[in-house]
Ligand binder design. Sequence first.
Ligand SMILES: C[S@@+](CC[C@H](N)C(=O)[O-])C[C@H]1O[C@@H](n2cnc3c(N)ncnc32)[C@H](O)[C@@H]1O
Length: 221
Amino acid sequence: MHGTPSPSIVRRRSAVQRRFWSPVYDRFAGAYDAVDWFTGDYTHALRLHALDFLPAPPARVLEVGMGTGKLHVVLASRYNTAGLDLAPGMVRRTQRRLAQLGSRSALAVGTAYAIPWPSDAFDVVLSTFAFSAFVNAGVALDEMVRVTRPGGSVVIVDAGEALDGNYKAHLLARCWEAMGDFMRDEVPLMATRGLEAQRVDYGPWDCVHVTVGVVPERESV
Ligand SMILES: C[S@@+](CC[C@H](N)C(=O)[O-])C[C@H]1O[C@@H](n2cnc3c(N)ncnc32)[C@H](O)[C@@H]1O
């Protein structure tokens, strides 16, 4: 796996996220779906793969960084859902998508660093292709764990290096980094929070992975 980025690289990517991606996600939320169109909905298939790692309904599911809501409407048709995104434009887009389908979900504009729901509110907290945009991954993960009930799970889908170290996934990871993202292996990060985590690589050259971490039960006193 690639090493931890230096403080100057973190500052630079943080600035790219704040000055470029945040306004883009807000003002051009509609254009984000062009990525799916451009890839013949392959990107959406990679996103939908997360469903295989969720429990059977009923369950309370929070999606963090749900973007335009393409996965969120599927979740809302099966689960009791909530969704959070930093970009108001993305939240509006998701709201519109839900309304078109007559579905409901509790949506909020806000940051993964201070999730606006109480502790233990969800059985599952899920995030697809957003965790790599979080500069403060530890803070975001702490918040995702806080709002997940003990025994529940945190499910993160993102791009990154493949476990087999193949060079195509390695090159793709460098491209994402050049665009301001942070390529991570969430397993050791989750382990530092006491989660038992497992990871499965998939997609082209295994450049996408899903990591499922189970939140430990609290010890009774
Ligand atoms: C690359 S998009 C992914 C969207 C969608 N989940 C998908 O699978 O395509 C990243 C999303 O994360 C959101 N985001 C970025 N930083 C965030 C933060 N700190 N808290 C919450 N959402 C954030 C962005 O606004 C954007 O909608």
